[in-house]
Write a protein that binds this ligand. Structure first.
Ligand code: PEP
Length: 248
């Protein structure tokens, strides 16, 4: 188990103010598991409200625009997220890549902008099933990261990587412990080479893809797994806290 596992819930496009009670329950319970770092990324509309209620958990967003401000109807800048109480932002999620055609270059620009605004960043990567079956998963993921990672000299220690095989997201399938470990080791080697071992050691690598209370302990005890990015199971305090317990 990682020194201080990082368990992050991604509510995606779910949640109205009625969900604030779930966030409150997660926050109160997280105070009993101080050895686990717990965080939630609600939709934009709830960031400020969750931030105002939360005492223990970190609040973040699911995306930002690469620009600082300006005429970009419907978009949100990183500085606006920070102003609303966000401490981190998830970038490069496969649903953003698929639904909005986000490229690694765009994701890199968003990362630079988020770091500039003082946010921490969770950078997502992961391959499709076709890529894995073709034996190209590692090359593909490392290519994604090489072109999206912030430059050497940027505050890369504020970075977290989330390895999320696309075929495991929301499908009930999870990668095997061996596959997760192999991919996380390859990512670690890339971080060591890019930033040096001291900075790399501060970057946690999370696993994401159908993590739930029943499989959390096994996944989180896999070497090099520093925590989990959780979609569906983060929508109820009970199941999300089951994962936090698995991490403790
Ligand atoms: C995700 O989309 O980041 C995710 C891991 O979703 P789920 O836990 O629902 O597979």
């Amino acid at each position: 188990m990682a020194e201080r596992p990082y368990i992050v819930g991604n509510w995606k496009m779910n949640g109205t103010r009625a969900m604030l009670s779930e966030a409150r329950a997660i926050d109160r319970a997280a105070q009993r598991y101080m050895k686990v770092e717990v965080a939630l990324a609600p939709p934009y509309t709830l960031i400020h409200a969750v931030h105002r209620e939360a005492e223990q958990i970190g609040i973040g967003a699911q995306d930002c625009h690469p620009g600082a401000e300006g005429a970009h109807t419907g978009d949100i800048a990183a500085s606006m997220l920070a102003d609303a109480g966000a401490k981190f932002v998830i970038l490069g999620h496969s649903e953003r890549r698929q639904d909005h055609g986000e490229t690694n270059k765009l994701i890199n620009a968003k990362i630079e902008s988020a770091l500039e605004a003082g946010l921490r960043v969770i950078l997502c990567c992961g391959e499709t099933l076709e890529t894995r079956d073709a034996g190209d998963a590692e090359d593909f993921v490392l290519r994604q990261l090489k072109s999206a990672l912030p430059a050497f000299g940027d505050p890369a220690e504020r970075l977290t990587i989330a390895y999320e095989p696309i075929w495991a997201i929301g499908t009930g399938r999870t990668a095997t412990a061996q596959d997760i470990e192999a991919m996380h080791r390859a990512i670690r080697a890339l971080l060591d080479n890019t930033y040096g071992e001291d900075v790399s050691a501060q970057v946690r690598i999370l696993y994401g893809g159908s993590v739930k209370p029943e499989n959390a302990r096994e996944i989180l005890s896999t070497p090099e797994v520093g925590g989990a990015l959780v979609g569906g199971a983060s929508l109820s305090a009970e199941s999300f806290l089951g994962i936090v317990v698995g991490a403790s």
